[in-house]
Write a protein that binds this ligand. Sequence first.
Ligand code: HEM
Length: 158
Amino acid sequence: MFYARIVVLYALLSICATNERKIKNAQKPVRLFTEEELQRYDGSEDGQPIYMAIKGVVFDVTTGKEFYGKGASYNALVGKDSTRAVAKMSLDPADLTYDTTGLTESQLESLEQIFKGTYKAKYPIVGYTSRRVLNEDGSPNIDFKPEDQPNFTVKDEF
Ligand code: HEM
C-alpha cells in the first residue's frame, strides 16, 4: 500500500513537471531593450558585446567587430535600431532610425533580404526593442511574436 502511494505520487509529480515545462516553452521570456539600454552596446567599450536592432529585433553583432566596432566603417549603425539606414544602404545620421516612413517598395524588399539573408543568418537574436514588444501606452502588444532563428540556440542571459 505504501509503495502504491509512492508510485501514484511520483506519477503526479511527473505530470506536473511536464506541464510546467510546456508552459515555460509556450511563454519563452524575451529580453526587452529600451533605447538607452541598447545604446550601451555601441561598441565604444572594449570587451562589451555589440548589439544592433533591425525591425525591433536586437542582434548580437560582436563577431562582426571588424564592421561594427569602435572606428569601423559601420559603427554608426550599432547601439540603436538602424532599420531605415539598412533599407536605404545609407549612413546619413538622419537615416539611423527605426522609422520606415516613406520608404520605397524596393527599399523595403532590400531591407527584408538583408534582415533574413545577413542578420538572421549570421548573428544571434538577443532580444527586442520596447517599441516592438510594447504598445505606445506601455501595455504589452498582443500581436508580438518572437522571430524563429533555428540556426541558433537561445542565449542563457535572458
Ligand atoms: C561605396 C559603398 C560601399 C561599399 C563598396 C561597400 C562594401 C561592402 C562590402 C565588400 C562588404 C562585405 C565585407 C565582408 O563581408 O567582408 C560590406 C558589408 C556591409 N555593408 Fe557595405 N559597402 C558600401 C556602403 C555601405 C553603406 C552605405 C551601408 C549602410 C548601411 C553599408 C552597410 C554594410 C553592412 C552593415 C555590412 C556588414 C554586414 C555584415 O554584418 O555581414 N555598406 N560592404
